[in-house]
Ligand binder design. Structure first.
Ligand SMILES: NC(=O)c1ccc[n+]([C@@H]2O[C@H](COP(=O)([O-])OP(=O)(O)OC[C@H]3O[C@@H](n4cnc5c(N)ncnc54)[C@H](O)[C@@H]3O)[C@@H](O)[C@H]2O)c1
Length: 260
């Protein structure tokens, strides 16, 4: 088998969504097998079927609510069993939550965003780690956001969770290094990428996607928003042994946004 991640086995959460699909397809194109999980089982199955049509036996689909620890235990075990091990974990599932300033935010929204965006990352690292250690060269890729490095009005819950993903990733990286395990952990920080997570911004622009995307692009030095593959290429690098000396690092995929 050839490819930049030939023979590796990856679990990608939230894989029915825009970024997860691009990551899964790219990792398979480069020789990996993928376990695609999502709370949307039909979406995960459709993705796995479409990948398997081109690369038979490369993708496995699972129903997985990342906020539930029992789901993590079941999915990690099944993925490792079906793929013959687990060497890559991509904690990708995430939600934007409601846009609300501090006074208007609700505890319900806050807790939901915490559960999906950061508690899931802890549960994933915890339950995947034994498999990542056992495979001899493991890689954790946590999908944070530019919103984890810079704040914006109305995005308190999202900002707080994505900042937590950023620092928690470093903790896990240092623990694995200290223990002498060959497991690396890094975070990825995209700016606006064309996926359904931007739907609230499209709604604010009266449903016109082009206008919404142009508006979002105005603050980005490259004057455009990103494509899912812009993020998938970074995940591919971090998942591969090309990044074997890279751990506890953050990767900004932001068209120059945070250079300003
Ligand atoms: N697209 C962007 O502009 C952008 C920018 C920065 C960071 N991100 C991050 O990238 C990741 C992927 O986002 P996307 O753009 O593909 O969004 P998306 O909305 O297209 O996909 C998100 C997926 O997560 C799944 N999901 C939501 N809650 C879940 C749960 N409890 N359990 C399991 N699955 C669940 C959804 O079903 C969906 O398939 C998220 O963590 C997001 O915060 C996205």
């Amino acid at each position: 088998m050839t490819g930049r991640v030939a023979g590796k086995t990856a679990l990608i959460t939230g894989a029915a969504g825009g970024l997860g699909q691009a990551m899964a397809r790219m990792l398979v194109r480069e020789g990996a097998r993928v376990a695609v999980s999502d709370r949307d089982l039909n979406g995960a199955r459709a993705l796995a079927d479409s990948i398997n049509a081109e690369h038979p036996g490369s993708a496995f689909a699972y129903e997985h609510d990342v906020t539930r620890e029992d789901d993590w235990v079941r999915v990690v075990a099944a993925a490792a069993e079906d793929m013959g091990g687990l060497s890559i974990l991509v904690n990708n599932a995430g939600i934007g939550g409601q846009l609300a300033w501090a006074e208007q935010d609700t505890l319900e929204n806050w807790r939901l965003v915490q559960a999906v965006n950061i508690e899931s990352v802890m549960l994933g690292c915890k339950h995947a780690m034994p498999h990542l250690r056992a495979c001899g060269a493991g890689s954790i890729v946590n999908i944070s956001s530019i919103a984890g490095l810079a704040a914006a009005p109305g995005m308190g819950a999202y900002n707080a969770t994505k900042a937590a993903v950023w620092l928690y990733t470093k903790t896990v990286a240092l623990e694995a290094a200290k223990a002498g395990w060959n497991v690396r952990a890094n975070s990825v920080h995209p700016v606006f990428i064309k996926t359904p997570i931007l739907d609230p911004f499209v709604a604010m622009a009266g449903g016109d996607e082009t206008t919404a995307h142009e508006k979002l692009a105005r603050g980005i030095p490259l004057k455009r928003i990103g494509e899912p593959d812009d993020v998938a290429y970074c995940v591919l690098y971090l998942a591969s042994d090309e990044s074997k000396f890279v751990t506890g690092a953050e990767f900004k995929i932001d068209g120059g946004m945070t250079a300003q």
